[in-house]
Design a protein around this ligand. Structure first.
Ligand code: P71
Length: 438
């Protein structure tokens, strides 16, 4: 624990950017659920079985088998984390001038698409951009938007449709099985691939089990497998669902794409049987994937997120609804209505929450959205602060502390002023940007 004076100093040194705080200065760390979950006893035991051969490690073959058994994808290439897979996939599939439709952007995913010469187009339903709308599947694709894009540019210009499960930037919102099937039918009609961002697929499966007709008796494992079956390949950051501190993979069904990706991975990550990971990391990932589709685990994990969200609602704090899978997303536009988007309401709120109690959260608004290829700022409709919950780490008492601290900040919201950016890196600026209070 730190004092207010210590936190004030730490914030100033970090340029009011929570990414630049030292973890030692943080009391409850809700920056991300990525690589921050606790590994199980079984995963740690697996770490001791690392086969650290340069080529053909036994752990690689175990992981490959698990990806086939649990997700159903035929070919898998390990990568150091999700963006490693995105880089290779984008380089293999995207040509200059291509269009990649997707159910809302994700920062690293869109940047890799752009660096490969493509342009991302948002085809998520409008409800996803409205924090108040309680539609149960705000990750759904607007099929008319997708078909209009295909007609406008032609199927040849669209290498794949990018479908995320548990749409991160929308607030951890699920896509329904019905909508995914419809996207499959439409893309089949035009001969277009679907690439699945499966980073939080098990969390999406939980919402399908809870909310979609015909799925209440099905296991998380069977729902996950059905989701994957409607897609042609996937990028995975195993640091979320799969409960490891590092790791990811690219999976595809198509042999030609696999062959090219397998060749590409040796340039950027490492040999195709380790992709930047130690054998022990692949073993922990293989075991973590199995744990991630356990019904009791997912119910407890999302149950904790819902517990926090309901507390915040009770305190009348404006949050994205319905409550999502991996965290609570506070609506900074509503929380600080007097601060214009150019003065970074979400960045400001994240700093204020840290100052109050040492809780570290993450801006997911205009700073995260960054600039277009032509240099103009993106102005996202959603200006959010994400309170992300690591898996198997915190207790219910921590959730109470978080809600109470946010309430204290909410009570003094009228006195909070915005900020200006004083340092802006070229790529993914949110990681290292610095700010000054107005
Ligand atoms: C999260 C992260 C980690 C992160 C990434 C960028 C900015 C801030 C934090 C990573 C994801 C993700 C989805 C849906 C791909 C990646 C990249 N999320 N897709 O939410 O959520 O994976 O970090 O392993 O490279 O904090 P990677």
């Amino acid at each position: 624990m730190t004092t207010v004076a210590q936190r004030k100093k730490a914030l100033q040194q970090a340029g009011y950017n929570t990414f630049l705080l030292k973890s030692e200065d943080v009391y409850i760390d809700l920056l991300t659920d990525s690589g921050t979950s606790a590994m199980s006893d079984r995963q740690w035991a697996g770490m001791m079985l690392g086969d650290e051969a340069y080529a053909g490690s036994a752990n690689f073959y175990h992981l490959e088998q698990v990806v086939r058994d649990i997700y159903g994808y035929k070919h898998m290439i390990p990568t150091h984390q999700g963006r490693g897979a995105e880089n290779i996939l984008s380089k293999v599939l995207i040509k200059k001038g291509d269009i990649i439709p997707g159910n809302m952007y994700f920062t690293t995913t869109r940047l890799h698409q752009e660096l490969a010469g493509g342009r991302f187009e948002d085809i998520i339903i409008n409800e996803a951009h409205d924090p108040e709308n309680e539609f149960p599947f705000k990750g759904n694709v607007n099929l008319e938007k997708l078909e209009a894009l295909i007609k406008k540019h032609g199927a040849k210009k669209i290498p794949y449709v990018s479908i995320a499960t548990s749409v991160n930037m929308a607030g951890g919102q699920p896509i329904s099985m019905k909508n995914l099937k419809d996207v499959r039918a439409l893309t089949n009609k035009y001969g277009i691939r679907i690439i699945h961002d499966m980073t939080r697929v098990a969390e999406n499966a939980y919402f399908i089990q809870q909310r979609e007709k015909g799925y209440d008796k099905k296991s998380i494992a069977s729902i996950v497998k059905e989701i994957c079956s409607y897609t042609d390949g996937a990028t995975m950051s195993a640091k979320k669902d799969a409960l490891v501190n590092i790791g990811g993979f690219l999976a595809v069904n198509d042999w030609d794409v696999f062959e090219e990706a397998r060749n590409m991975v040796v340039i950027y990550e490492g040999l195709h049987t380790y992709g930047g990971l130690a054998g022990r990391d692949m073993e922990a990932m293989a075991i973590g994937i199995g744990e991630s589709v356990n019904d009791d685990h997912i119910k407890a994990r999302i149950g904790q997120v819902i517990y926090l969200g309901e507390k915040m609602i009770e305190y009348e704090i404006p949050i994205v609804k319905p409550i999502g899978g991996h965290g609570i997303f506070v609506d900074a536009k509503k929380f600080l209505p007097h601060i214009p988007q150019d003065a970074f309401p979400a960045q400001t709120l994240a700093a204020e929450v840290y100052l109050d109690s040492g809780i570290r959260t993450m801006e997911r608004g205009i700073v995260s959205a960054g600039r277009k290829a032509n240099g103009e700022n993106y102005y996202p409709k959603l200006e959010l602060v994400r309170f992300t919950i690591p898996r198997r780490v915190y207790t219910q008492a921590h959730m109470d502390v978080i809600a109470e601290s946010t309430q204290r900040v909410f009570e003094k919201r009228d006195r909070i002023k915005g900020m200006e950016m004083v340092y802006e890196p070229k790529y993914l600026r949110f990681f290292q940007a610095k700010f000054r209070k107005l």
